[in-house]
Design a binder for this molecule. Structure first.
Ligand SMILES: Cc1cc2nc3c(=O)[nH]c(=O)nc-3n(C[C@H](O)[C@H](O)[C@H](O)COP(=O)(O)O)c2cc1C
Length: 296
């Protein structure tokens, strides 16, 4: 039987399919369900020092099974998030807490999260930050100084200076997560001519299958720039989607939109499909196909 156990730096995962940050991991109840169904690792919803205020509706369907969202980070206070995530049943799958956004936020939130939740790693989102390389590198350095556990940097799509960002952060970052949702993006109802999202202009961020090729390219590009582990995320719905990320250089994957649409059983379903494909093609370990993609 093909082995799906993987090592992400110092962390051991029972499968390479993790949750991605979003409403699919908004509280301990839905996370415990994902654990029961079988998941490689849990990444929490992002929270910050202040609760987010976002307009509703914050999620809408768009073309090609894609989603639009204007959900930003958690609308619960950090105290509420910490109290809730304390109720997660910890198992074999590592628990990674997602936080944002500034260097100052990292200095305050990092040690608090490490002490109170004892996660296996911290993922920090760079989504609502100025995308200047120095500023993002400072966020990474601030978090590195504040906690002792591994830290993962989540990259936004189409970062203009990806080479510099990786070069200036890889000394302190343990893994990269790519990509966040893509935008700004717009869709609306042709009959009412009204936006689907409640944001001021109806603008939001695109996720799900329409962004898969962009996420795949970003993972492949990061792989050329660093040997640090990469966690691919963007549009994964099937085992074959997930395997493409591994072939392009990812060590593991995350799923958000497909879990919003299909519920917490999706992580295990995708892992099972990966295993069937690998078995059928004679591979004994999922990482036997890692980095196997090449141009024509
Ligand atoms: C409704 C919604 C909320 C999200 N919230 C967060 C968040 O709090 N933090 C974060 O880093 N990414 C967030 N994301 C981005 C996802 O984690 C993921 O990077 C992106 O949607 C691409 O993966 P997917 O196509 O599997 O959804 C959110 C995405 C959606 C759709």
């Amino acid at each position: 039987m093909t082995n799906l156990n993987i090592q992400l730096g110092t962390l051991s995962l029972p499968s390479p399919v993790l949750t991605g940050a979003g409403p699919n991991v908004r509280d301990h109840k839905i996370i415990n369900k994902a654990q029961e169904c079988g998941v490689g690792g849990i990444v929490s919803k992002t929270f910050s020092l202040e609760a987010a205020k976002y307009p509703k509706p914050a999620i809408a369907k768009t073309i090609g099974n894609g989603l639009l969202n204007c959900e930003t980070w958690s609308d619960k206070s950090m105290e509420e998030c910490i109290d809730d995530y304390k109720k997660i049943k910890r198992g074999d799958s590592p628990f990674i807490v997602s936080i944002g956004y500034s260097a100052e936020d990292m200095e305050k939130l990092g040690p608090l999260v490490e002490r109170e939740l004892k996660p296996d790693a911290i993922e920090f989102s760079t989504h609502y930050q100025d995308q200047k390389v120095e500023e993002l590198a400072d966020v990474a350095k601030a978090l590195r100084k504040s906690v002792s556990i591994p830290i993962w940097m989540k990259i936004s799509p189409n970062h203009p200076f990806l080479n510099e960002l990786i070069a200036q952060s890889e000394d302190v970052v343990d893994a990269y997560v790519a990509i966040n949702s893509l935008g700004p993006a717009l869709d609306f109802d042709i009959n009412s001519k009204k936006a689907m999202l409640g944001s001021p202009e109806g603008y939001g961020w695109l996720s799900g299958p329409p962004i898969l090729p962009i996420a795949l390219q970003t993972v492949h590009r990061i792989r050329q720039l660093t040997d640090k582990p990469i966690i691919g995320v963007g549009g994964i719905e099937t085992g074959e989607d997930a395997l493409k990320f591994i072939m392009a250089g990812a060590s593991a994957v995350q799923i958000c939109s497909a879990a919003i649409r299909r519920g917490p059983s999706v992580y295990k379903a995708v892992a099972d499909e990966m295993q069937w494909w690998l078995e059928e093609h004679g591979y004994s370990h999922v990482h036997d196909v890692k980095d196997s993609f090449g141009p024509r």
